[in-house]
Structures are given as C-alpha cells and as structure tokens.
Ligand binder design. Structure first.
Ligand SMILES: CC(C)(COP(=O)(O)OP(=O)(O)OC[C@H]1O[C@@H](n2cnc3c(N)ncnc32)[C@H](O)[C@@H]1OP(=O)(O)O)[C@@H](O)C(=O)NCCC(=O)NCCS
Length: 212
C-alpha cells in the first residue's frame, strides 16, 4: 500500500485535481467543458463555507481527491458557475446535448420541488433513510494509483466533513454500474440505502456510541 497523506487542497492543487477528474470521468459534462471549467468547478465549490476539497498525496504528488459539500454550498457554487458553463459550452459541440439534458432535468426537479414544497434530496428525510447533511460530490484517484489504498485513505480521513456535519450523515450517489466505487463504499462501511445511494454517519468528537 502506498504511503498516502490526506490534506485540505490549496489553489495550486486545482490543475492536478482537474486532470484526475478528466481522466476518471471522461464522459461527464464537466469534463467535456474543458480543463479551465473543471478547475473553476472545483475552485468555486472549495471556496464555499460549507465545502471541503481534500487531496491525497503520494511522495508529494497529488494522486486523488474527494470533495464534500453542503446543499447551500453546492447551490451557491452552481450559481457562480452558470455563466462560465455556458461560455465554455459554446465552442464544444459535444457538450451541447448533455447540457440541454441537464438543464431540462434541473428545471423539472425545481418545478417538482416547488410543487411538493420539499427540499433537495440532500436535505430531505424520507422512508429510505435518515436526514443527510451534506454530500460527497466526487472522489477519484489517478489511474496509475488505483487499487493502492488512496481511495481508502480519503474516505478514512477525519477531514472528510463539512462544518456542522458532525453528528449527521454524508451521502454519496454512485452509478450502480460503477463496481469499484460501490465496493469502496461497502468496504469502508458506508450504508447502502438503495442501489445508488450510500450514507456515512460522521461521529462527533465526543460521541462514543457505536453506530452501523
Ligand atoms: C473508486 C475509486 C475512487 C477507488 O479508489 P482506489 O484508491 O482505487 O481504492 P482503494 O485502493 O482504496 O480500494 C479500496 C476498496 O475499494 C474496492 N475496489 C477498489 N478498486 C476496485 C476494483 N477495480 N474492482 C473492485 N473493487 C475495487 C475494494 O473493495 C478495495 O478494498 P480491498 O483493497 O480491501 O479489496 C477509484 O477506482 C476511482 O478513482 N475510480 C474512478 C472515479 C470514480 O468512479 N469515482 C467514484 C465516483 S462515486
């Protein structure tokens, strides 16, 4: 297993984070919008009060990252990224269909929320599980470092919290076809709510009670 150090990211890590993101998620809209957008995406999210971007280094090189965000931090970052998203999409024709699909989906969800008067899935209590405080927006490890414990180090880090999330749950949405990712969350003891959602209870420093 590699000797991994996990720390909070600083602005000089963003280029490497963007590189790892683009390798790990080649088909996503964010990746299609280009390196500059991906850097801004993580920079804007990490800049918010209710967010934390962690990097894992091996021998001083960033080899993986994880980001946790509260619903309000995500909303603020999305608003700030809206224009850059549109500007970045203009010259990238392959991003258009995904962008249109995503916009329709966002509008549909917003309408549904205003009709039902319910909050986002990140804050809602429902029959499938407890109230979730924040979400693990992404976790990724550089291809050449996968399978060497970097993902485990990121998920084990006590820094993997957002202010106020102690004593609450963090949620991760996982593509059901992503075997390695699902295996990672299972191995790390996250609870599988259904075939896409995993949650993790963040202990308070003084909380000695056992929870599964
Ligand atoms: C998912 C990911 C972050 C795992 O990181 P990693 O550093 O490779 O994981 P680790 O080496 O710490 O492995 C931890 C556990 O995950 C599981 N795992 C990791 N890679 C796996 C693979 N290729 N196949 C099956 N299980 C795998 C195993 O259970 C492993 O535990 P074990 O070594 O005791 O068997 C990494 O594969 C990745 O970056 N994938 C691409 C991006 C992605 O899909 N991110 C998740 C989005 S939700």
């Amino acid at each position: 297993m590699a000797n991994v150090i996990v720390r909070s990211a600083n602005p000089s890590d963003l280029a490497r984070v963007a590189e790892i993101h683009q390798d790990a998620f080649p088909a996503t809209l964010t990746t299609r919008l280009g390196r500059r957008f991906v850097k801004a995406y993580y920079g804007e999210h990490a800049d918010q009060d209710g967010a934390r971007l962690l990097v894992a280094t091996c021998g001083g090189t960033v080899e993986g990252f994880a980001i946790v965000v509260s619903p309000s931090a995500e909303e603020k970052a999305s608003k700030r990224l809206r224009w850059l998203m549109l500007v970045s999409a203009v010259p990238r024709i392959t991003a258009w269909p995904v962008l249109v699909r995503r916009t329709i989906e966002t509008v549909r969800k917003a309408r549904q929320r205003s009709r039902t008067g319910r909050g986002s899935s990140s804050t809602r209590a429902n029959s499938l599980g407890p109230v979730v405080h924040s979400k693990l927006m992404n976790i990724a490890v550089a291809g050449s470092r996968q399978g060497q414990g970097v993902g485990t180090a990121l998920l084990s880090s006590p820094l993997l919290t957002t202010p106020g999330s102690e004593g609450a749950h963090i949620e991760a949405i996982v593509d059901p076809r992503n075997g390695p990712s699902r295996a990672l969350f299972r191995t790390m003891g996250w609870n599988e709510l259904d075939n896409v959602r995993f949650i993790h209870f963040v202990e308070r420093a003084d909380d000695s009670s056992d929870r599964d």
